[in-house]
Write a protein that binds this ligand. Sequence first.
Ligand code: NOJ
Length: 747
Amino acid sequence: MLKHCVALLIALLFSNGSTYAQLSDQEMTRRADSLIAQMTVEEKLGQLNQVAGDLSNFKRVAGILPVQFQQIREGKIGSMLMVYGADLTRKAQEAAMQSRLKIPVLFGFDVIHGYRTTFPIPLAESCAWDVELAERTARMAATEAAAAGIHWTFAPMVDIARDPRWGRVIEGAGEDPYLGSLIAAARVRGFQGADLSADNTILACVKHFVAYGAAEGGRDYNTVDVSERTLREIYFPPFKAAIDAGAATLMTSFNEISGTPATLSRFLMTDVLRGEWNFKGMVVSDWESINESRVHGAAKTNDDAAVLAINAGVDMDMEGELYVNLAKEVRAGKVSDAVLNQAVRRVLLAKFKLGLFDDPFRYCNAEREKALVLNPAHRALAREAAQKSIVLLKNDKNMLPLRKDLKTLAVIGGLAESKRDMLGEWEMVGRPEDAVSVLDGIKKQVSDKTTVIYSKGYEATRGKESLSKAGFVEAIKAAKKSDAVVVVVGETADMTGEAHSRASLDLPGVQEDLIKELHTLNKPMVVVLTNGRPLSIVWTAEKVPAIVEAWHLGIEAGNAIADVLFGDVNPSGKLTMTFPRSVGQIPIYYNHKNTGRPINPQNPNDRYKSRYIDLDNTPLYPFGYGLSYSSFEYKNLRVSQREFRGSESVTITVDVTNNSTVAGEEVVQLYVRDDVASVTRPVKELKGFKKLRIGGGETKQAVFTISAKDLMFLDRAFKPTMEAGTFTVFVGGNSAQTLDEKLEYLP
Ligand code: NOJ
């Protein structure tokens, strides 16, 4: 009842019949401005202030401190993060309804790969090369979060990642800007749906603008030094794609760009974002990133930092509590009314669009929140996403799939029984008890005649590499008794994610030693990797017959892994980040430049070439790589015409034959190289892909169409251009093994 009265009151505030969320942009802006006209400077600054709730027991219960409730009543908090739950957010909105202007609070949350239903980490999900899947998981995550009072996710993270040492590679779609852009747009569509005011959609926040993934040495938060060309060609595109898809908000990054902390960069936040891309949404800083510009050495005081940030175009201050104290600077004219009002307008428009002015409680729905927890349809999607994210790295002599009726199967490795690590490092409200471990997944799927013997071998302890070999003896005993051995190794979730960079890409601790000892037994052996980044598993790759890359796959991890191990699902994932042989090769990515002295594959020891004296240049596994239980052969690459001009398009066709008896899916990839241009071009750039389902013995065609607009690049003034000349077209099942053809664009 109370809820309805308050909603009615607010509606009456500017009422002319229609709901706020349905107003035209122009009318909505007019309403926002008339509200702004009634606000004091302090109330305006309050709208720009985002604070975290009570973090003392965050993982168990969300909380809002009494003092924060009071600040909400005083109009000093416009937005909160790290707060969730229908009941708690309802209480906060009730407090907001007691403030002078009754402006609802905006609740942001890190819904990175699922809310309560945890999906695969985004890096894993990108390996599905399934844009529709990315949209569906985001949609479902939004549905759950929105019922729990959340209006806004801090996702998608679209940072291109070329350095696997950086722990946050788990959150993005890997190293390629083309695939990354498609996934970025899909996730925005998924979170936001068609109508932001619906009770199952939330605002997306594309982050971190920009080049956060280029941190020197792969060390999180470190300095970035990147050319404007690389920014524009590599790091910008997924942001632009997300914005074109309608992303309502954007987050700045912690790093500096060309001597300016990104959070203070007018070039980024105003010139590029607003000027070039026409972004109309709201910009939020990252957590205290305005304050940190002092530490960068770019501002003397916190107030100076805040003035620089708001003038650069950053609308909301996340957890810095600086904007809220800026009244003096505003009155001194250091921040103009126009700048302040603009920032407030953007925050209010977001709230209007969500429908919060129509009903501040529309997202706090305890019954819906409860009904959605572990909803079977959500679990089913989590399993499907996990199955599709798995990448088969090696399968000599068709060691996989395993028979379900083996007499004895050994499952070895501390990670095999871990539920917590399957959730990944952004588990937030996800719960370990909801997850299926690899061991449980396997046990459920073997025949009732099969004995599964589990032995840890090593400890998978959070925060610690396992250095003890005490468990080896028992593990070897278990393996000796068994017909086949599944060894689960990798990284605990907390070896990945924010502030979890690694200097080594080896399997942590004693895990490789364990694999080596088990290998001496000459048993059929499969290594399952559960990890959050490419690893340099050279020895394993050479010696172990079967390797499954299973990442951190979410609550259905164990079931999906067992589905693949026993052949109910034929793996189809392809890597979206290159696996190096050694950390010394980093950065290593497929779309590199050629240099003037590329290595000569016919004579790799040719001295004065761009190479290492102690290691191959090639990766362990290239971008786009992944096997299947089917065996695909590529033949007859052909182009519809060798020469093209103007807006003509060329059709590129290849035949893909499944030479096995098992139906499977293959991601057919199209790459292009611009052979000679006024600006050097990468040796290969992904320009398209098709996921084909091909029956045993069947041949299917993959057909691509390209035209000049797909082949343009940025000229010296960063304007898109197309130059006459030849292009090499490559098609294959990964970026390294391809068929090729030539095309020529005529003037
Ligand atoms: C800091 C992280 O960099 C950002 O990605 C995240 O959204 C915020 N913390 C809020 O948790």
